[in-house]
Write a protein that binds this ligand. Structure first.
Ligand code: ZN
Ligand code: ZN
Length: 344
């Protein structure tokens, strides 16, 4: 195989091809609102039983919020890890302190994590960090002081990115990077759902579910009214197609919305709902997988604030309010103590 073929960056090819589902989604959203204003709304205004003045602003508002949330999901970086190589410092020596770079911010050797919230740092037994990782890799992993571990109890490290994996981060083979609080790679977004895009993704699901239900239901009601009460059978094919499509999308989207609401209330990602985390526990020779116990579950109220932020006024807008930097997550101290007792 030719050298250029081997060195070809397929992730960039996927990213370029991935814009087609994005344009398709935007096209569908644009087409649906166009049919609504061109066909459904005038018909309702002329002879329908519902108030056009009410449904026009309601559907327009839902559509704008849906498109806004979708745009943020596509454009915003979900958060990823990059390793910066050792550099020559200003005093002429070599600065060998590695750090993780996340969205332009740096995590240098930091104070130990606060015990009340995160007990990953209370492990003074670093014997679990032995094994196959090199010394530099171990130092990088220790900088972010994770509570999650591999099967063998080692800190998690991505050989593809050559970077330590913070808690809940996983490598996305489509994007070619480790994504913070990795949920899943979404081809409809041409991006991952991660720490910085979890909130807009949930809002997009919610707004689009309500929008498609309202639009499909309104159109269905209008046609039933005309065909049953007015005995009129002239139906616009475009309108009928739009109605069937929006109702089908609504059914699918409500399923996704309900699933992601369940995940958010339990502080789980889609990935974690299939693959349980393993945790570092002092005294345990291997990573501990405590059944279906999730150490990141802080109770549904705090779980909601993790994703949507502290200000309820901003919960319904896809602005950046999620708690934390995506590198560290508070854990349930009671669940952790219980886990430690089972190891002891
Ligand atoms: Zn990676
Ligand atoms: Zn991805």
């Amino acid at each position: 195989m030719a050298h250029w073929c081997l060195s070809w960056n397929w992730h960039k090819v996927y990213r370029v091809l991935g814009v087609f589902p994005v344009f398709f989604t935007l096209g569908l959203l644009g087409w649906s609102i166009e049919v609504f204003f061109a066909t459904v709304l005038p018909a309702i205004r002329d002879r329908g039983p519902v108030h056009a003045w009410l449904w026009g602003p309601v559907l327009t508002g839902l559509w704008l919020l849906s498109v806004w949330s979708y745009g943020v999901c596509v454009m915003r970086d979900p958060g990823h890890t990059l390793v910066r190589r050792p550099t020559v410092s200003s005093h002429g020596g070599t600065d060998r302190t590695p750090y993780i770079r996340v969205r332009g911010s740096e995590v240098s050797p930091s104070p130990r994590r606060r015990r009340a919230d995160s007990v990953g740092s209370n492990s003074s037994d670093d014997s679990d960090f032995g094994g196959r990782l090199t010394g530099e890799q171990l130092r990088q992993a220790e900088l972010i002081q994770c509570i999650t571990a591999t099967d063998g109890g080692q800190p998690r490290y991505c050989q593809k990115c050559n970077a330590a994996k913070p808690d809940r981060a996983h490598h996305c083979s489509s994007c070619g990077v480790c994504v913070l609080r990795f949920d899943h790679h979404c081809p409809w977004l041409n991006s991952c759902v991660g720490h910085h895009t979890q909130k807009p993704f949930l809002l997009f699901l919610g707004y689009t579910s309500v929008y498609t239900t309202a639009l499909g239901g309104l159109t269905l009601w209008y046609y039933m009214y005309r065909m049953v009460l007015e005995k009129m059978g002239d139906i616009s094919i475009e309108c009928l197609f739009m109605m069937c499509l929006t109702l089908a999308f609504a059914a699918a989207l409500w399923g996704f919305t309900a699933f992601h609401c369940y995940l958010t209330l339990n502080n789980l990602t889609t990935f974690e709902s299939y693959v349980s985390n393993k945790y570092r526990v002092p005294g345990a020779a291997k990573g501990v997988q405590p059944g279906d116990v999730n150490l990141f579950d802080l109770g549904w109220r705090r779980n909601l604030r993790q994703v949507f932020g502290p200000s309820r006024r901003l919960w319904f807008f896809p602005v950046s309010t999620s708690a934390g930097d995506g590198l560290r997550y508070p854990i349930n101290i009671d669940a952790y103590n219980e886990l430690q007792r089972t190891v002891d």
